[in-house]
Design a protein around this ligand. Structure first.
Ligand SMILES: NC(=O)C1=CN([C@@H]2O[C@H](COP(=O)(O)OP(=O)(O)OC[C@H]3O[C@@H](n4cnc5c(N)ncnc54)[C@H](OP(=O)(O)O)[C@@H]3O)[C@@H](O)[C@H]2O)C=CC1
Ligand SMILES: O=C1O[C@H](COP(=O)(O)O)[C@@H](O)[C@H](O)[C@H]1O
Length: 521
């Protein structure tokens, strides 16, 4: 049987392009689709905690075609029942709902190297698809595995499980999870290895921040609102902060984390992607390649980080909580940063000179991810007898409690004629109480089944993002950048506030956010 590409006319043009004819691009699928999702690494943590629960969400909400099967594949010796038992605690809903979903989940044990395991899987796939031989078949290979085995797993799948029947509309797609390499060179090497087996239009690189509601909203909000367009540039914007904070340490993941550190874990991927969403130009269309073309352009305008624009930290024991090196899986003398604040500059007409501060840390005082765009002070400020105005700020809170709010200067209510800072507040739970905002994973898996790569990272984006951080990472690995201690549960090293002040961030001290009153809609 001949292997067919995603569409008979699809041919890769250049490294980046996924589609030879943009007019033919469409995404979606019909209920005719005979869909098989293979979760390679089904015995692992990601599969149990994220992949299967996301699939259950899609299944329960009717987003998967009626003919769907989910096959777990891993080396662990298990049968279908054992897998189901393992998955059950992370699934939600009534016993009946859970059972209906689990009936679709089966397991094939096999190794990642050698032919035997993959041949066994191929037999199961063929048998299943032979029952719906007139329908298009979709095979989604989800690699919930350490990236070190991606090349051999993709080679096994390609050689033994690529034999789709030539029914129009059939496809094979592969989802891979970060980390995509350790630095620019290793990322390129991995991309070369995978690229020889699966072309870009079949590869779906997950950055789960791109699947978050507010990350996607950022794109719409920025490019759909007339009032933002004239101010979204260096003339009006003073600085941008993109912040990721967790109020817990590396608990249980110290072994993994120690070889990566916070820059590779969060800044190079999630925060760099958020920066691209803030700073990119409006794309020609929402075609995945148009959108990703614009993200690449802006990422390529960023010079590698300079060490004087960096503050690193590592948390120490405090408030009854262990320090980073107290984790038994972390070497006692580890200098791996668990906190980083980095100022980046985008050398283009729109953004030259505007500091973008990317800040991420573990074991801090709160859990929060947000984008804060601070405008310059209003010139010739005639209120309050003060020489300088307060600053307008637009804040997009990704989590927890999705919200967008704009700090506005308004008249202080009452008899005085003073100005005060207040907010226009779009709090999602109040404005959209009926909407259950889905997690990033169901959204991204659904996109991959629809063939929509918009929210997946293309190879050239990855290369550009690694290019920004790699020289700094090599300096950190060589122990050439100071790592400041900070207590567990604190705001991080004080030096980070100095970095922010250098980036012209001015804290609105007069601002006191109050829970808005009023009833729910
Ligand atoms: N866990 C999480 O929350 C997140 C994970 N990720 C990424 O997802 C991927 C999978 O993560 P996770 O599930 O935590 O990983 P695990 O360590 O749980 O590995 C998944 C499965 O892969 C197999 N495996 C583990 N180590 C090796 C090895 N050295 N060689 C071959 N096979 C191995 C094991 O299956 P078996 O032995 O049965 O074959 C294991 O059950 C990774 O890329 C990770 O970075 C991304 C975001 C969050
Ligand atoms: O990719 C990662 O993200 C998580 C944080 O994800 P979130 O959706 O809960 O914000 C982080 O804890 C982990 O270290 C990192 O690998």
């Amino acid at each position: 049987m001949a292997a067919i590409a995603e569409s008979p006319s699809t041919e890769l043009q250049g490294e980046a392009s996924g589609y030879c004819n943009r007019d033919e691009w469409h995404c979606g699928f019909s209920d005719e689709l005979c869909l098989t999702i293979v979760v390679a690494g089904a015995s692992g943590d990601l599969a149990r905690k994220k992949t299967y629960p996301a699939l259950q969400f899609l299944f329960q909400h009717g987003f998967l075609p009626s003919n769907v099967a989910i096959i777990g594949y891993a080396r662990t010796d298990m049968n279908d029942d054992k897998l189901r038992e393992k998955l059950k605690p992370k699934l939600v809903g009534s016993d009946d709902d859970i059972d209906k979903f689990l009936k679709r989940c089966t397991y094939v044990a096999g190794s990642y190297d050698g032919a035997e395991g993959w041949q066994g899987l191929a037999k199961v796939l063929d048998k299943r698809e032979s029952k719906c031989s007139k329908n298009p078949a979709g095979r989604l290979y989800y690699l919930a595995l350490p990236p070190s085995v991606y090349p051999q797993v993709c080679a096994g799948l390609k050689e033994h499980c690529d034999n789709l029947r030539s029914v129009e509309g059939s496809w094979i797609r592969v989802i891979v999870e970060k980390p995509f390499g350790h630095d620019l060179q290793s990322s390129e090497q991995l991309a070369d290895q995978l690229g020889k087996l699966y072309p870009e239009h079949q590869l779906y690189r997950i950055d789960h921040y791109l699947g978050k509601e507010m990350a996607q909203n950022l794109f719409v909000m920025r490019h759909a609102n007339m009032f933002l367009a004239p101010v979204w540039n260096r003339t009006c914007i003073s600085n941008v902060q993109i912040t990721f904070k967790e109020d817990f340490g590396t608990e249980g993941r110290g072994g993994y984390f120690d070889t990566f550190g916070i820059l590779r874990d969060v800044l190079q991927n999630h925060l760099a992607q958020m920066l691209a969403m803030v700073a990119m130009e409006k794309p020609l269309s929402v075609h995945p390649d148009d959108l990703r073309d614009e993200k690449v352009k802006v990422l390529r305008c960023i010079k590698p980080v300079e060490p004087h624009n960096v503050v690193l930290g590592q948390y120490t024991a405090a408030n009854g909580q262990p320090g980073y090196t107290d984790d038994p899986t972390v070497p006692d003398d580890s200098k791996t940063p668990t906190f980083a604040a980095v100022t980046l500059y985008i050398d283009n007409d729109r953004w030259a000179g505007v500091p973008f501060v990317l800040k991420a840390g573990k074991a801090l005082n709160e859990r929060k991810a947000e984008i804060r765009v601070q405008l310059r002070a209003t010139p010739h400020f005639v209120f309050n007898g003060e020489p300088e105005s307060m600053r307008n700020e637009l804040v997009v809170r990704l989590q927890p409690d999705e919200a967008i709010y704009l700090k506005m200067i308004v008249k202080k209510p009452g008899l005085e004629f003073d100005a005060a800072i207040s907010e226009l507040d779009l709090d999602y739970s109040r404005r959209y109480p009926e909407v259950d905002i889905p997690d990033a994973y169901p959204r991204l898996i659904l996109d991959s089944i629809r063939g929509d790569q918009q929210h997946f990272v293309r190879r050239d984006e990855l290369r550009a993002a690694w290019g920004i951080f790699t020289p700094l990472l090599h300096k950190i690995d060589a122990g050439e950048v100071e790592v400041h201690p900070y207590p567990y549960g604190s705001r991080g090293p004080a030096e980070a506030d100095e970095l922010l002040a250098r980036a012209d961030f001015v804290k609105n001290v007069a601002y006191d956010w109050k829970e808005p009153g009023g009833s729910k809609l």
